[in-house]
Write a protein that binds this ligand. Sequence first.
Ligand code: FE2
Length: 132
Amino acid sequence: MLRLRTATDPAWIDVVLGDFDAFLIDHAACERKASATALKLVAHYSDRTVLVRELIPFAQEELEHYAQVMDIILDRGLSTQADEKDPYVGALMKLIKRGPEQFFLDRLAFRAGRRGARAGAVEGLLRRDHAV
Ligand SMILES: [Fe+2]
């Protein structure tokens, strides 16, 4: 998993606990997108052996996280929602540089890593401090 450069602000815990159902639904989407993006990168860059060997287990791990979060969602009688465009993500995607190699690196770092890393960090704080 990608290491975050900054610690996750504990203030996020109050936000999460303020609407835990919404957090779960968003968290599930992040896990699913991380897995799907990794598989998309494998399909697109299948000639990069090291990458493929790293991303397939990553995709499996994120898919397992997705399954775990979905179990919680379903146990709570919730359902997920259609994806919505995220203006923050859209702004970050505009920063991705052009050119095949730079695009590849930025896409890999941003898409596959960031989603799962930040979602996992918030989840870790919840488990540590709130036994969620
Ligand atoms: Fe994850």
